[in-house]
Design a protein around this ligand. Structure first.
Ligand code: GDP
Ligand code: MG
Length: 195
């Protein structure tokens, strides 16, 4: 069962981000993702941090750890999570996927001035959805490697986040990320792994 969904406008960077989370080495500035038609499923394995290196190593992608829970410092943290990307062109159909969702990632392209205000309106319509009132929300400010991106504060202003946060019940975690430079991937792994 997929309890984590990833939404956002068309070409916001969802597929790139999910691929980078799956395998950081698979994405660089030359990578191109075809527009997602319909939906896409990504199984993301959390990196195991070895005590001798601060660089997380991706675990083997053999699927052996799927859905398994291992004791980890007294806590049962999942080793992997399955995320369903719902293509941006499917926005009118997003509601079909809101049943049983526990976590929701919303991706906004900070380099796309034309899209960002509309992205905020769409985000608001998601957050006010009755079935998503108890869902944990991660707002990803994507493509942070672009020099002409909006800075965090400008992006949040254009999304009308402060107004929005007064009207919603969910707690929203905000992460700035780039699938190319891998900035922000670690906090996203942490957020995904948390219960
Ligand atoms: N420079 C840069 N480009 C990105 C990044 N993420 C996505 N892109 C570009 O944006 C395009 C659309 O991204 P994609 O992940 O397919 O968007 P989606 O429609 O939300 O799944 C990709 O083909 C990349 O060229 C990023 O972090 N940095
Ligand atoms: Mg996509």
């Amino acid at each position: 069962m997929t309890s984590c969904i990833c939404l956002g406008p068309k070409r916001a960077g969802k597929t790139h981000l999910l691929k980078a989370l799956q395998d950081p080495d698979s994405i660089d500035e030359t990578s191109y993702s075809m527009p997602t038609i319909g939906t896409g499923i990504y199984r993301i394995h959390f990196p195991t941090k070895s005590p001798n290196s601060d660089k997380p190593k991706p675990p083997p992608a053999d699927g052996s750890a799927q859905g398994a829970n291992i004791p980890h410092g007294g806590k049962n943290l999942p080793k992997s999570i399955q995320i369903l990307e719902i293509g941006g062109s499917m926005a009118p159909l997003w509601r079909q996927y809101f049943e049983d969702v526990k976590k929701l990632i919303y991706v906004v392209d900070t380099s796309n001035l034309c899209q960002i205000s509309a992205a905020g309106v769409l985000f608001y319509s998601i957050l006010t959805e009755p079935r998503l009132q108890k869902v944990k929300i991660l707002l990803v400010l994507a493509k942070m490697d672009y020099s002409y991106r909006q800075m965090r504060n400008e992006a949040l202003l254009m999304l009308q986040m402060s107004k929005l946060q007064k009207q919603i019940r969910q707690q929203v975690t905000i992460v700035e990320a780039s699938a190319v430079t891998k900035v922000g991937l670690d906090p996203i792994y942490d957020w995904l792994q948390r219960p």
